[in-house]
Design a protein around this ligand. Structure first.
Ligand code: ADP
Length: 194
C-alpha cells in the first residue's frame, strides 16, 4: 500500500491535484471537505452539525471528522493506497490517522505540501466562489479559513517533518507543472498505471 497526504492551505490546489494523482496511480481519493459537503447536502445529522462550523470557516470537531474517515477507509479494504486531501488538519487528527493505519498494518508514506503565496490563495478562492456555489467561498469566510489554517493546521507539517515525511512542492505554477513536481516524489514509491 502507498498512502499520501496532500497538505496545504485552502486554495492551494489539493482537490485538483488529488484527482490527477488518484487517476495516474490508481489510488483512492479521500477528501474530508467533499465528504462533509455530501453529508450537508443529504441533510444527515452529521451534515447539520458540520455545517455550523463550515459556514463560519471553522474546523469541524476532530471526533466527527475522524469517525467519518475511519468508516471511509473501512469501506475500501483492497485499495492500492489512499490520497488524503484536507485531512489531517489538526495534530489530533494526524495522531488518529497514524493509529487507524497502524491497525491496518500500513502507514503514511509521504506528505506533499503545496506552497502558494497568501495573496494568490485569496485570489483563487474568491474566483472559485463566483462559480462554486460553496457557501464558505466568500471573502470574510475565506479569511477565517486561512486564519484557522495557520493556527491549527500548520502544526501538522511539523508533526510529519519530525518523521522526515514532509516534502514541500511549489503550488503556484501551472496545474501540469505542479503535477510533474508532485509525481517526481510519488515515483520514488510507486509507478503510474496510466
Ligand atoms: P478548503 O481546503 O478549500 O478550505 P475543504 O473542502 O477542504 O476546503 O474544507 C471545507 C471546510 O470543511 C473547512 O473549512 C472545514 O470547516 C471543513 N473541514 C474539511 N476537512 C476538515 C477536517 N479534516 N477537519 C475539520 N474540518 C474540516
Amino acid at each position: 500500500m502507498f498512502n499520501l497526504v496532500l497538505f496545504g492551505p485552502p486554495g492551494s490546489g489539493k482537490g485538483t491535484q488529488s484527482e490527477n494523482i488518484v487517476t495516474t496511480y490508481n489510488l483512492q481519493h479521500i477528501s474530508t471537505g467533499d465528504l462533509l459537503r455530501d453529508e450537508v447536502s443529504r441533510h444527515t445529522p452529521l451534515g447539520t452539525e458540520a455545517r455550523k462550523y463550515m459556514d463560519q470557516g471553522m474546523l469541524v470537531p476532530d471526533e466527527v471528522v475522524i469517525g467519518m474517515i475511519s468508516s471511509k477507509i473501512d469501506d475500501i479494504p483492497d485499495a492500492r493506497g489512499f490520497v488524503f486531501d484536507g485531512f489531517p488538519r489538526t495534530r489530533t487528527q494526524a495522531e488518529a490517522l497514524d493509529k487507524l493505519l497502524e491497525f491496518k498494518h500500513t502507514k503514511i508514506h509521504l506528505v506533499l505540501s503545496l506552497e502558494v503565496p497568501e495573496q494568490e490563495l485569496i485570489k483563487r478562492l474568491v474566483t472559485r466562489g463566483e462559480t462554486s456555489g460553496r457557501s464558505d467561498d466568500t471573502e470574510d469566510v475565506i479569511t477565517k479559513r486561512i486564519k484557522e489554517y495557520h493556527l491549527k493546521t500548520q502544526p501538522v507539517a511539523n508533526y510529519y517533518n519530525a518523521y522526515g515525511k514532509l516534502e514541500p512542492v511549489t503550488g503556484s505554477h501551472s496545474i501540469a507543472d505542479t503535477f510533474k513536481a508532485l509525481s517526481k516524489h510519488i515515483n520514488k514509491y510507486i509507478l503510474p498505471v496510466s
